[in-house]
Design a protein around this ligand. Structure first.
Ligand code: ZN
Length: 105
């Protein structure tokens, strides 16, 4: 159970707003450095294993990702943020600016 929390502004329940997730191409470029290739799927150095050749494939439109070497994968930039930094869903959403309401940090 989530403990009840006192708040002075109960008007806006904290919630996730997917439309505020960052653009996948911008996000992955910031997280991984250069993306290689020109199509929807780009290649980048994988951050989940020691990588010397770009093994991580990222979808510049949907944000899904999959590493051909270590098997790390997920469906969007939020999943990537959670996996890379070991974050719970709300914390990853907050880190990406996609969490509305509650206490902003
Ligand atoms: Zn990998």
């Amino acid at each position: 159970m989530i403990p009840a929390r006192r708040t002075t502004t109960p008007a806006l329940r904290p919630h996730f707003d997917r439309s505020r997730l960052p653009d996948p191409e911008t996000y992955y470029t910031a997280e991984l450095g250069a993306l290689h290739g020109r199509g929807t799927w780009r290649d980048a150095l994988c951050c989940f294993h020691p990588d010397t050749r770009p093994s991580l494939r990222v979808n510049a439109q949907t944000g899904s990702y999959r590493c051909m070497a270590c098997g790390a994968s997920g469906g969007d930039v939020l999943a990537f943020q959670r996996q890379r930094y070991g974050l719970a869903f709300p914390d990853a959403a907050k880190a990406l600016g996609a969490w509305i309401g509650g206490r902003h940090v």
